[in-house]
Design a protein. Structure first.
Ligand code: NAD
Length: 355
């Protein structure tokens, strides 16, 4: 047991080796397990969202915090940000969305846990939490971003993320076809939500031939508005297109789909596009250009980074557009070294971490 600002923590699991800190506690108000993993502060405070989720066991939640914290270190380093990697997990007692007093208790408990780390971890929105939740957490700690716009927060990250995906997509097109313009290129956007929907609009403006897909039939209206083909998700993944842009859930490219893909490029906003990192080798062998997801979707992180450092619009735009240059770099390095863009992206992050 150790103490963080008076909060008792349990012994970290063996999986935490190589991490700077793992705080695991039982919320004083809610009784829920709360875990905060700080993977690295080598480049700056460990920033990563607060995930409010119902896990089968507390152990699963802790493992999730550890896995996601490490990914945040890589994402921040590859994007050239002065940030480390961390993640918070609040284990919800049931699968139903916590509401009312329970929700408030969970968030205040989490805020106390964040405060106990004295700024080494900065929290933000993630799956299961939103800007209003960040305002509740802010009652207990100042180390929180993603606050509502009226509280000085950076607001919805999706427009910034979509712009970053477009920059990455341009770099992929340049690499594959010698021209970054999406004009006349068939792009299949799978998941027409906050990011995918905006990306589709940007691509339509750029003259792309669009195909859209979503499990939500209400998104058909956007396809009709943009003159895009509408595909069911299963067929969309296998569409014969220049660019497949996964913008829904992770794991869409797995052992069953990788050999059947008919796209020339994979570049989208979704986290963990590859069900297994080794699939990057299969994509390379098939001559499919893969833009590593954690570089492509860094716009969301850049958005809250701007809030943390009070960056102006121009600085944010520069950082987001630089995503294209970073993608171009890892694609070139992968070709030169006979590796994969994913391996080169990880090497770039490690290099920036000084390892
Ligand atoms: P969202 O919930 O607004 O949109 C996701 C869309 O995908 C929804 O319309 C949903 O109906 C659809 N969908 C779900 N399952 C599907 C399936 N199997 N096939 C097709 N469509 C499906 O989410 P978002 O904010 O647009 O984020 C999309 C992805 O990008 C997520 O993986 C997210 O983690 C990642 N991401 C988002 C941001 C951001 O700024 N919002 C930043 C970084 C990464």
């Amino acid at each position: 047991m150790s103490a963080h600002g008076g909060i008792q923590t349990v012994a970290p699991p063996a999986a935490a080796a190589g991490y700077e800190d793992l705080l695991v506690l039982e919320g004083a108000r809610s009784g829920a397990t709360i875990a905060i993993a700080v993977h690295s502060t080598a480049l700056g405070p460990a920033l990563g969202g607060a995930r409010l989720w119902h896990y089968e066991s507390a152990g699963e939640g802790i493992e999730d915090a550890l896995r996601l914290a490490r990914a945040m270190t890589y994402k921040a380093a590859a994007a050239g940000l002065r940030l480390g990697g961390g993640k918070g997990v609040i284990c919800a007692p049931t699968a139903a969305r916590p509401e009312g007093e329970l929700r408030r208790a969970l968030l205040l408990d989490f805020g106390d846990a964040v405060a106990s780390l004295d700024g080494r971890y900065v929290t933000a929105e993630d799956v299961g939490t939103d800007a209003a939740d960040m305002a509740v957490i802010a009652e207990r700690t100042s180390h929180v971003v993603g606050l509502p716009g009226e509280r000085g927060g950076s607001g919805d990250p999706s427009p910034v993320t979509a712009r970053g995906v477009l920059a990455a997509l341009g770099a992929c097109l340049e690499h594959r076809f010698g021209d970054p313009s999406p004009a006349g290129r068939r792009v299949c956007v799978v998941g027409a939500g906050h990011v995918g929907g905006r990306l589709a609009r940007l691509l339509a403006d750029g003259g792309a031939e669009l195909a859209l897909s979503d499990v939500d039939p209400a998104r058909r209206a956007l396809a009709a508005e943009l003159g895009a083909d509408w595909l069911e998700p299963g067929e969309a993944i296998l569409d014969d297109c220049d660019v497949l842009a996964p913008c829904a859930l992770g794991g869409v490219i797995d052992a069953a789909t990788v050999g059947r893909l008919r796209c020339r490029i994979v570049c989208g906003a979704a986290n963990n596009v590859l069900a297994d990192e080794r699939l990057a080798v299969d994509l390379a062998r098939r001559g499919i250009v893969y833009a590593p997801d954690f570089i492509v979707n860094a716009g969301g992180l850049i958005n809250v980074y701007a809030e943390l450092h009070q960056l102006d619009h121009e600085a944010v735009t520069n950082l987001v557009d630089h995503i294209g240059a970073t993608v171009g770099l890892v694609l070139e390095e992968a070709d030169r070294n006979g590796t994969t863009p994913l391996a080169e992206a990880q090497a770039l992050a490690l290099q920036r971490l000084g390892r």
